[in-house]
Ligand binder design. Structure first.
Ligand code: ADP
Ligand code: MG
Length: 348
């Protein structure tokens, strides 16, 4: 019997992992051995999630993963007024927990290396467009110009030694572009701790797999067709890595025939309009994969390819353009399959 895991209607990726004869145990209750899967579905970080683990400690590992997801959600959610990030945004300065401090350091590094395409200080813009509270609107140019003056990680004062972050005048931050990748990375660390045989998480379509499938074969992770949520544009067969997709279709609204989505170009203050419909990053580093999926989406194909050529040892990517063109970087070309034509991007 084959199971088909579907991570929810908003999922960017569908995990097509055939689970062999494995049985899905009800949350945390069943005894699991190497052949059994323990799986839990939950809603956190604004999205449907699935955590699955195989092996003797599978049930404990899945429970620990759920606790970790809920802990990080409470800490990092801009949507909750008692989160650490909301307290920071309200006060303008804070000494951060280890998790938030790690996220700030990674976010600043990704921002720097992507020339500001990724920037956690876009939050005032997210609010202006109504993405923070689902009160969607198109802000007037004058408002965007005023808000843009507040955007830029260069205005943050980050004291890494003490973990103290001080925001510039009128600034606010949002870990939405990397929080899920960081979380999936933390779950991989827990899987390690619990010595699970293999496992996977799907956080709203952001997939992170641990090891190979119990039968030794690679996990099959589907990449959603940005033009049709019911279709798969391609499948990646991978082990031990994050497969994280950013797409304009994930959260958007329409006004006067124009679609506005939630990935903002920090240089214009508007939804990125780079010609890319989705970017999937494959990397062992979940935080990096998440940050880069957002950043390369903002950059567009030409710059994204250039960036990959400079950092090919850190990640691979599948870029799907608005016109349906698929580009796959060389490192994953042999594990990517599609019934559509695609082009492999070579190192030089
Ligand atoms: P998703 O959260 O849907 O998986 P992304 O990883 O691309 O998609 O993250 C988008 C989120 O990141 C937005 O909801 C917002 O919170 C934040 N964000 C939007 N634009 C940027 C940007 N240019 N840099 C950093 N974070 C961003
Ligand atoms: Mg993402």
């Amino acid at each position: 019997m084959k199971h088909r895991w579907i991570a929810g209607a908003l999922a960017a990726c569908l995990l097509l992992a055939g689970c062999g004869e494995a049985q899905e145990a009800s949350a945390g209750s069943a005894q699991a051995d190497a052949a059994q899967a323990v799986s839990k579905e939950l809603f956190a970080m604004d999205t449907y999630m699935t955590v699955t683990a195989y092996g003797e400690n599978g049930a404990q590992a899945v429970d620990a993963a759920q606790e970790e997801i809920e802990r990080l959600d409470a800490l990092l959610s801009t949507g909750s007024s008692d989160s650490e990030v909301s307290a920071l945004n309200a006060a303008g300065t804070a000494q951060l927990s280890d998790d938030s401090a790690a996220l700030v350091s990674r976010a600043l590094a990704i921002s720097e290396s992507t020339g500001g395409a990724f920037d956690i200080t876009v939050y005032p813009l997210m609010q202006a467009w109504g993405f923070a509270d689902d009160a969607y609107r198109v802000p007037p140019d004058s408002e965007l110009a005023a808000l843009l003056a507040r955007v830029g990680s260069g205005q943050l004062d980050w004291d890494e030694d003490s973990g103290t972050l001080t925001l510039g005048e009128g600034q606010a931050i949002d870990f939405g572009g990397i929080a899920k990748g960081y979380t999936s990375g933390r779950i991989m660390a827990l899987f390690d701790e619990y010595s699970v045989e293999s496992g996977m998480v799907s956080l709203g379509g952001n997939v992170h797999v641990y090891g190979a499938k119990p039968d030794g074969s690679r996990w099959r992770v589907g990449i959603q067709d940005p033009a049709d949520s019911g279709e798969i544009a391609g499948v990646l067969e991978v082990t031990d890595c994050a497969v994280i997709t950013s797409g304009g279709y994930e959260r958007c609204f329409e006004q006067d025939g124009t679609t506005y989505h939630h990935i903002l170009d920090p240089s214009t203050g508007r939804p990125a309009d780079s010609g890319l419909a989705s970017v999937t990053i494959v990397s062992a580093d979940g935080t990096l994969a998440d940050g880069l999926s957002t950043a390369l989406f903002v950059m567009g194909a030409a710059q994204a390819v250039e960036y990959w050529r400079q950092h090919a040892d850190e990640f691979d990517a599948v870029l799907i353009a608005d016109d349906g063109t698929i580009l796959v970087t060389a490192g994953i070309a042999d594990v990517f399959s599609s019934d559509r034509p695609f082009e492999t991007v070579a190192q030089t």
